[in-house]
Design a protein around this ligand. Sequence first.
Ligand code: ADP
Ligand code: ASP
Ligand code: MG
Length: 410
Amino acid sequence: MSLLVLKFGGTSVGTTDRIQNVADRVLRLRGEGHAVVVVVSAMSGETDRLLGLARAIQTRAEGRELDVLLSTGEQVTIALLSMALEARGCPARSYTGGQVSIVTDSAHNKARIRSIDDHRIRSDLNAGRAVVVAGFQGIDEEGAITTLGRGGSDTTAVALAAALKADECRIYTDVDGVYTTDPRVVKQARRLERITFEEMLEMASLGSKVLQIRSVEFAGKYNVPLRVLSSFEEGPGTLITTEEERVEQALVAGIAFNQNEAQLTIQGVPDQPGVAYAILGPIADANIEVDMIVQNIGADNTTDFTFTVNKNDYEKAMEVLGRVSSTLGARKVAGDTQIAKISVVGVGMRSHAGIASRMFETLARESINIRMISTSEIKISVVVDEKYLELGVRALHDAFELEREPAGQS
Ligand code: ADP
Ligand code: ASP
Ligand code: MG
């Protein structure tokens, strides 16, 4: 008998009817002889609603009590799904993260899973029960409730699948797989049969929110067979796999984008050793993560220094830069929140030149100005004006012929 861990996201459990559909699917799979552990998210919009309540009390709500609040969303769905299963004659047990000892560190609102005690779940499975576990939450060493960051139910599912050595972890969502780019933005986007862990990790890190980044990291590290598929229709979905098992020959697997960054520039700083450190040191001290960095070639012994941060950190970063600017005697500090980052991703880039030039040529043809560029072995990212985001993504999708099945695909 095989063991499956199934995860249903917010939209898939968004109404009681949909929860009934999930129960039907669990029953079907059990009928086919699978043992099933189900991880559920909060009903769609619920986590945002709870966040809104918290912010009405405390503008910058965060930390321990926010986790106590946010974790309630998932507690509702585990109970409702277990009831729906029981109503169908399927023995079921629901558990919060704490009840099955999903132990995390104490980094509230973005905790990392350290260990899972699979004891209870295994004895339920042995007794023929379906097990329903709340996603997105855990408990720290002190017994405080923690949450895993937005989208964290994916990570709960993969971590459980790893702990239980499940045969497959299936992420059921509102699209029928991983696409070449967000299908909500580009109609021509195509579902991928397979994508490598490495590509999926880049796509997720660069803004494709279909899977939480940490869930992909986890799956890659523990070699968890992972599949993304639709909770509304039947189909094979997309298998996340190792490079050796990849059959597609495409150079570019997909295009990711992100509107959550802001750009800061400090102009006219001395062009001398230690300047990057003088600027980025205080930014790091303020706990702000920097993504892309560009330093101009200096003229008249001064230079300009530009970098991007998450939009949430923009104001804090501007404050820090203001202080740095007076210490360094800079000419000016400027910022822009109307930017977007577009990235093309593919392991095929390792062995093929010319992807970057095709990317730049395509953007030039659309008269889209590139503000910043960064590359790694398997991705090229550019920062452009936010208003060109959709145009840029569509043009690149076309230029790399992503709507067409690549040769070699089975
Ligand atoms: P869930 O609530 O099930 O966790 P999410 O909203 O977190 O669902 O993730 C699914 C969404 O991810 C899709 O509706 C889609 O708009 C978005 N998405 C972004 N990039 C991609 C991509 N490359 N392939 C598929 N979906 C994508
Ligand atoms: N409910 C949480 C969120 O909205 C976790 C999840 O859905 O994965 O982010
Ligand atoms: Mg999600």
